[in-house]
Design a protein around this ligand. Structure first.
Ligand code: HEM
Length: 160
């Protein structure tokens, strides 16, 4: 694995970084650009429908990159033999952050699906509470965790 990593280091680090860009950047664009625009729609049903659809598109775009991020992370863990270096705690911290972000993403996907079903049943209140929770807490939490992971990555790449 170490040999494979050293031979393909540039492309592996590139795939790792681009995955973080799409995942974290996608959430920021959705929460602070697209969402503000959706709020201009007056009809609550239509507004929630647009938000649910926007989130569906976002989640389907980021999911392959989330997987690519962990694959490249594992290759780098083995390639640098990170667990046997002074940087082991940072590697574990990043694994922990990825795991929390991933679980949070899966819960968001389930919550969004519940909101979509509620909209189908004309239960606008339920759809609103589900989507509000995603926008108010879950997306911002993943943005903060993602920014911390990026900082730790920058620290690793300048000291490793
Ligand atoms: C799953 C556990 C993770 C491990 C073991 C890990 C490991 C690493 C390592 C070893 C580097 C340095 C690469 C090099 O320069 O050769 C790095 C860089 C980076 N990581 Fe991670 N990472 C993980 C998760 C994440 C997550 C969740 C994100 C963001 C969502 C992230 C974003 C970045 C970025 C942006 C860099 C590049 C920083 C730079 O080049 O200045 N990583 N990571």
């Amino acid at each position: 694995m170490a040999e494979f990593f050293l031979e393909n280091k540039t492309i592996i680090v590139f795939l790792h970084v681009i995955s973080a860009v799409v995942w974290v950047g996608g959430m920021i664009a959705m929460r602070y650009a697209a969402h503000q625009s959706f709020l201009q729609i007056e009809s609550p049903g239509q507004r929630l429908e647009r938000i649910a659809y926007g989130l569906k598109r976002l989640f389907s775009i980021v999911l392959p990159f989330v997987i690519l991020l962990i694959i490249t992370a594992v290759i780098m863990l083995k390639g640098y033999d990170l667990s046997h270096t002074d940087f082991a705690p940072l590697g574990h911290a990043k694994e922990g952050i990825w795991s929390i972000m991933f679980i949070n993403l899966i819960v968001m996907i389930k919550r969004r699906n519940r909101a979509e079903r509620a909209l189908g049943d004309s239960d606008v209140m339920l759809a609103k509470t589900q989507l509000e929770f995603i926008g108010k807490y879950q997306v911002p939490a993943n943005i903060i965790l993602g920014v911390i992971a990026i900082f730790l990555g920058t620290y690793l790449s300048s000291n490793i």
